[in-house]
Ligand binder design. Structure first.
Ligand SMILES: Cc1cc2nc3c(=O)[nH]c(=O)nc-3n(C[C@H](O)[C@H](O)[C@H](O)COP(=O)(O)O)c2cc1C
Length: 187
């Protein structure tokens, strides 16, 4: 069973990043994912992809770069600065669940396609938590989507006070996303 490790560049500072990575390697991890920020830096941009590269150069296990990849352009810059072929997407994959396809060379997604994924998610989670938790998950996703899709803004406004998943899903189902007329929107 391959065991992998994920780490930040550090807690307060980055001084121990390489030592920690070497320790992970020595312990036999199959690969190492590095979020290019310290804990103190939280989620504030930038992510220091070059620092991930400095680690990659000194270890032999595969290193996966993570942090602040929101677009295809970010992904290409991250690859160039870190020298890592492989990346882990966090919030970027929530804002655009089809970003991996684009990064892998496929078609960029449009909002109707993304909205369809969000609707499927709303259907898939039925029965997996309290109404408040489930509504929270859909709203959290929609909220991240606003960063990439202007269409998500008005939709967020219309669902933000909903406390029942069925009502929330009905609103998502009603929204045609602009140009996806003819698409099945009920679930
Ligand atoms: C919805 C969500 C769930 C996450 N869950 C985990 C987790 O279980 N373990 C973990 O190490 N990091 C988790 N993260 C952090 C991400 O793996 C990633 O390190 C962080 O978001 C930075 O990448 P980003 O700038 O692409 O978002 C999560 C992030 C998000 C947005």
């Amino acid at each position: 069973i391959p065991v992998s490790v994920k780490m930040r560049l550090g807690n307060e500072d980055m001084d121990l990043a390489l030592d920690n990575a070497l320790g992970v390697q020595e312990a036999g991890a199959a690969w190492l994912t590095v979020h290019g920020r310290t804990k103190r830096q939280g989620y504030r941009p930038p992510a220091y992809w070059d620092r991930i590269g400095a680690i990659r150069e000194r270890v032999t296990l595969p290193v996966i770069a993570n942090g602040e990849i929101w677009t295809l352009e970010d992904a290409r810059r991250c690859q160039a600065e870190s020298g890592c072929q492989d990346m882990m997407l966090g919030r970027g994959a929530v804002a655009n669940p089809l970003l991996t396809r684009e990064v892998a060379g496929g078609e960029p997604a449009g909002w109707p396609e993304v909205l369809a994924v969000l609707r499927d998610f709303g259907a898939d989670i039925v029965g997996t938590g309290s109404e408040a938790q489930l509504c929270g998950r859909v709203k959290q996703w929609l909220s991240y989507s606003r960063r990439r899709w202007p269409e998500a803004g008005p939709l967020m406004e219309s669902v933000k006070r909903e406390t029942r998943l069925a009502d929330l899903r009905a609103i998502l189902g009603r929204d045609s996303g602009g140009n996806n007329a003819g698409q099945v929107v009920s679930f």
